[in-house]
Ligand binder design. Structure first.
Ligand code: GLA
Length: 366
């Protein structure tokens, strides 16, 4: 090897070794004593929320699964599944508020708020759809359902995802929704807001959906709000789900989505934030949480939170879809497909040992 190449070789080794030391050499990048609950860090900006398990589908309730120090990072909670129609309504016509009551109790004892997720959805609502209904019967049922559920939690749940994902991927409406079919059109969406507004006028009422950063989808949502005159029906805000990945969407696309709805006078809640480290690819083999992925995820969260801070006058809640990586639905789902056995994903801010990740500190640093 010539002197020159030997010198380049030594430089490369030096860079690699020093890179490893700072990134993954066993030395923590952050002093854990620096841990400040995220809800505290962001108290002047927005609520920091998490979707949580409450015992449904044999899960361990979140307050038994996580240490208090982790839970202190959140001052808003959504039920991951426990308040969806299938867990609230039985086809015999009875209602069960076990999981919602559990969440409300925990939140009230810990100074946190609850987002109600969700009242009207085409999915996880099979018990609701077991009966055949004419349009008039569907309307009556919709009113009864919303009156009963929102009425039960009146004054305890400050914001509701009244309607979830009613806009189509291919056309204006999700025409395969049983609600759309009962009604023979989209008027159920307006009815739902009118009923929810009446059942608890002091709560905030949201339309929640994914892909709001996509201009075509967003245009459909905006058209829906205008055509159905949803603001006069009680719509207060838009839930931007935020199931995103390491590359998509760009900060500029996120900004456009926030601005478009804020310009309509609507509040913004980020309702289901997680970052898919497989970038929506279901066929990729299992990846490890390397130091470069750790850094990429931290940079990505830093970027996203700087956008949220920039628009915090419009955003008053940012909710993660889960607390620790172990719990995330993204271990089981990718690109429209559920897996039989999990593939480790790393989408959240706490690792599988409930330790805050580099991404946690990056999202909290400003
Ligand atoms: C949608 C729903 C959520 C949840 C996530 C994935 O975004 O709104 O309730 O089911 O999918 O877990």
């Amino acid at each position: 090897m010539s002197k020159k190449y030997f010198y380049i070789f030594v430089c490369i080794v030096f860079v690699l070794v020093s890179g490893c030391k700072s990134d993954a050499g066993g030395q923590p990048d952050f002093d854990m004593t620096d841990y400040r609950p995220m809800a505290q860090v962001y108290k002047d900006y927005f609520y920091i929320g998490a979707a949580v398990k409450l015992g449904e589908y044999d899960s361990t309730p979140f307050y038994d699964a996580y240490p208090a120090s982790v839970l202190e990072s959140f001052n808003s909670f959504s039920a991951e599944n426990g308040m969806k129609p299938d867990n609230v309504y039985s086809s015999d016509g009875s209602f069960d508020f076990t999981y919602g009551d559990r969440l409300v109790k925990y939140a009230s004892e810990h100074g946190a708020v609850v987002r109600g997720h969700t009242l009207v959805w085409h999915y996880q609502s099979d018990n609701v759809f077991k009966e055949k209904r004419s349009k008039e019967e569907a309307r009556e049922f919709l009113q009864k359902y919303i009156d009963t559920v929102v009425g039960h939690f009146r004054g305890k749940i400050y914001a509701w995802d009244v309607v979830n994902e009613a806009v189509g991927d291919g056309g204006q409406w999700r025409t395969d929704s049983p609600w759309y079919r009962y009604y023979g059109g989209p008027e159920y969406i307006r009815d739902a807001f009118v009923f929810a507004q009446k059942a608890d006028p002091d709560a905030l009422h949201f339309y929640n959906d994914y892909n709001m950063v996509n201009s075509t989808k967003r245009a459909r949502v905006i058209k829906m709000i205008k055509d159905l005159d949803l603001i006069s029906a009680g719509l207060d805000g838009i839930g931007i789900q935020a199931h995103w990945n390491l590359y998509w969407p760009s900060a500029a696309e996120i900004e456009k989505a926030i601005k478009a709805f804020a310009d309509m006078g609507l509040l913004i809640h980020i309702t289901e934030l997680d970052i898919d480290c497989y970038n929506g690819n279901p066929s990729m083999g299992e990846i490890k949480y390397t130091s470069s992925l750790e850094k990429q995820l931290a940079d990505r969260y830093a970027e996203i939170f700087s956008v949220f801070r920039k628009y915090s006058q419009y955003i008053d809640s940012v909710t993660f879809w889960g607390i620790g990586d172990e719990d995330s639905w993204l271990n089981y789902y990718s690109g429209g497909r559920f897996f039989d056995s999990p593939r480790n994903n790393y989408p959240l801010l706490f690792d599988r040992d409930n330790k805050p990740k580099k991404a946690f500190f990056a999202a909290s640093a400003f």
